[in-house]
Design a binder for this molecule. Structure first.
Ligand code: GUN
Length: 295
């Protein structure tokens, strides 16, 4: 039976360190500020935004939750982002993805002050990740995955890490992080057009699933002893659940856990780490912006 990688417990360790850092900043009169912007009423996005706001408050951050109607125009959203760019009490800005169809998300991301881009989506931060420049911001989910692997003492150096999915939020930045000097994985990205996908996934020492398809990875996709990180958080209908749905990952947990040496659960694996890394990036943004003194 495989070992469960507990994202909640590892997230708590991150918060212990962050609480000390936040107390030290506050003793110098600095309170890290995070603004989370939600456009529209996607129920999953609403739930994520609520958790981000709740945890920021629990940590004693200055938290601003901006909920805008689904009809918000591109220029209205741009104006709000520019206000937040100028606001000295805000050090981190996150615009929840995906926005409604009328919004050009790439243009919104480019409008963010890259020093406040705690999502790591701005082209400058994407470039800094590729350049291995530590002054940039790395997207929270990949950062959380790496922290989970490190804290679980998984041997990453020289391992074959297969990333399933090529999104800008998870797959691509995660591949860059894993291959960085000092982390040193051998990385393969596979996606919906990959030929003979399971031949590649079966050669993985570490398999990270981030394709957004419930229970996609089956026992036949993996070899004995593999380490599995499941980034998927999919809502599937479930009449026996009082909410009418339950959360499942991209990995068919029970059958894959039989073969894996370690595996993350859903929920309680990567999800809590994503939020912990957002808080960590916000503290980093505050330090960066206030290094010469903040008002
Ligand atoms: N939607 C799903 N994950 C994320 C994330 O990490 N950041 C933002 N802004 N939106 C998301």
């Amino acid at each position: 039976m495989s070992k469960l990688i507990d994202g909640r417990a590892i997230g708590e360790k991150v918060y212990v360190d962050l609480r000390h850092e936040i107390a030290e900043l506050k003793s110098r009169g600095l309170t890290p500020g995070l603004a989370v912007v939600l456009v529209g009423d996607n129920p999953a996005s609403r739930a994520y935004v609520r958790s981000k706001d709740k945890i920021s408050r629990e940590l004693g951050l200055h938290s601003v939750k901006l909920e805008l109607p689904a009809s918000t125009s591109q220029s209205e959203l741009l104006a709000r982002v520019e206000e937040l760019n100028r606001d000295p009490a805000i050090h981190g800005i996150l615009v929840q993805s995906p926005p409604p169809k009328q919004i050009d998300e790439a243009a919104i991301v480019r409008a963010l002050d890259p020093r406040k881009d705690v999502d790591g989506f701005h082209p400058l931060n994407v470039a800094k990740l590729a350049l291995e420049d530590p002054t940039g911001f790395v997207p929270c989910t990949p950062l959380g995955v790496l922290r989970l692997l490190r804290e679980s003492e998984i041997d990453i150096s020289g391992a074959h890490a297969v990333v399933l999915g090529r999104s800008m939020i998870v797959g691509k930045p995660l591949a860059l992080l894993l291959m960085q000097k000092g982390t040193d994985a051998t990385v393969t990205i596979v996606h919906s057009r990959t030929r003979d996908l399971s031949a590649i996934t079966r050669s993985a020492d570490i398999l990270i699933a981030a394709i957004g398809q419930p229970n996609f990875v089956k026992a036949a996709h993996v070899r004995e002893g593999v380490v599995i990180v499941d980034v998927g958080i999919n809502r599937v209908e479930d009449a026996t659940n009082e909410r009418g749905y339950r959360l499942v990952g991209d990995v068919a947990f029970d059958e894959v856990a039989e073969k894996a040496s370690s595996i993350t659960p859903v929920p309680g694996g990567v999800g809590p780490m994503t939020i912990a890394m957002l808080m960590s990036n916000t503290v980093k943004a505050c330090r960066g912006l206030c290094s010469g003194g903040c008002p």
